[in-house]
Design a protein around this ligand. Sequence first.
Ligand code: UDX
Ligand code: ADP
Length: 495
Amino acid sequence: MYTERPRSNICRRKKMVKICCIGAGYVGGPTMAVIALKCPSIEVVVVDISVPRITAWNSEQLPIYEPGLDEVVEQCRGKNLFFSTNVEKHVSEADIIFVSVNTPTKTLGLGAGKAADLTYWESAARMIADVSKSDKIVVEKSTVPVKTAEAIERILTHNSKGIKFQILSNPEFLAEGTAVWDLFNPDRVLIGGRETPDGQKAIQALKKVYANWVPEERILTTNLWSAELSKLAANALLAQRISSINAMSALCEATGADVSQVSHAVGKDSRIGPKFLNASVGFGGSCFQKDILNLVYICECNGLAEVADYWKQVIKVNDYQKNRFVNRIVSSMFNTVSGKKIGVLGFAFKKDTGDTRETPAIDVCKGLLGDMARLSIYDPQVTDDQIQKDLTMNKFDWDHPVHLQPMSPIDIKQVSVVWDAYEAAKDAHGLCILTEWDEFKILDYQRIFDNMQKPAFVFDGCNVVNVGELREIGFIVYSIGKPMDPWFKDMPAMA
Ligand code: UDX
Ligand code: ADP
């Protein structure tokens, strides 16, 4: 009688898929943690050249603040989620490699101030080609200029030693502060790949990972270039809405309309929708400006000057809004803030994050320091070190891992960082609100008023305070896009 030979466990056990993510930053860290949580049968290793970053990911104090992230990491770290500086080992062992490294704006040479600097991406690609001994799927996760995949593909194939690489674009749409929620419930997951049988196979392999928790109809597949451009387009359109409402806020102040009422009314139109219509001191964050500059550069390279100018205007209005805010402060305080203490509430680029990249607070604070104000800054999540570094760093340098900027002794003397909103406001002539932290809505403004110099000014760059109540207390209040305080009527015209 024929009896089947028992198959060894090794034959029956399916090979565990291994994912490696290069870059343990705001995108790589949370995205991989959620993949590990939702796919217990996949081993996920996040690698980075930065030893302090990896040490922090392996500690109780994660390197980034993101609501819900601690719990996700706690559940899978050491089981199927690992953080390591052994970049080459984990890259060589992985089946799927996500690349989530920095793509700063170039500061020198061709395209300086606009084009993306792909130094970090290129060196990651060369390293992948060097250490790989088996076929790999390489996934672009960092935002990159359209056609980067093609360049990366060339580096990989020209150094491949017979190994096959498939490159996919899988842009990340998560927003900071809601990253974990966005990853759990994405509006869509976008996967772009080559329209060849191997390209389609790679798309299906990545789709299978996301299908562990994302409904099939939300996983969109496109060609490589559409996926790359969609990321830039989404950020440009979102930023454009903010610049549009911010442009309206200037007109509201001039006419007596209230920008909150205007955005509420226009947002009720289902074709427009209510989101991303909050007027503010300007948008910040690591993506919007960088991606639009990138878009502008691509348009210029393709001879589309009018299209480039259109998108440039979104950034110009953003800069205008920040300048307008500084000018408003200086002009209302008798045209000078020299030697005056200004309390600054909020430094992060938005609430629920400690991230300060491109935060409007940097430009506003630099503007006030330029007029010789003394600043006392409070943010619940941003450290003294980070604030001092941000206020002395050159434009675009924040996205380079090594910062060699010297500290300016003048700025340091003019800036103090405190751990309490009341302390920041104590004896101040004016108070500016630059991040919409919920706690700023419920401060004891009577106590703040009692401890400030008079007349006491509040400049609300995020529309968080109740203007009526603060005016009742005795403050002179400026709130973006809101009907003006009678005080401002007699002030000289703004620059
Ligand atoms: C953004 C995109 O939303 C996200 O999809 C992409 O992956 C990365 O870039 P993020 O930069 O984290 O995310 O924050 P976002 O919530 O978009 O806010 C960006 C800036 O716009 C913040 O400074 C915020 O305060 C400002 N903003 C946002 C406004 O001024 N008004 C609004 O109505 C909304
Ligand atoms: P993002 O917001 O896109 O996640 P971050 O700047 O937070 O960007 O993270 C990018 C990370 O990539 C940094 O921690 C940096 O040290 C890391 N990095 C850059 N180049 C390499 C590389 N060649 N190998 C490994 N890690 C890298």
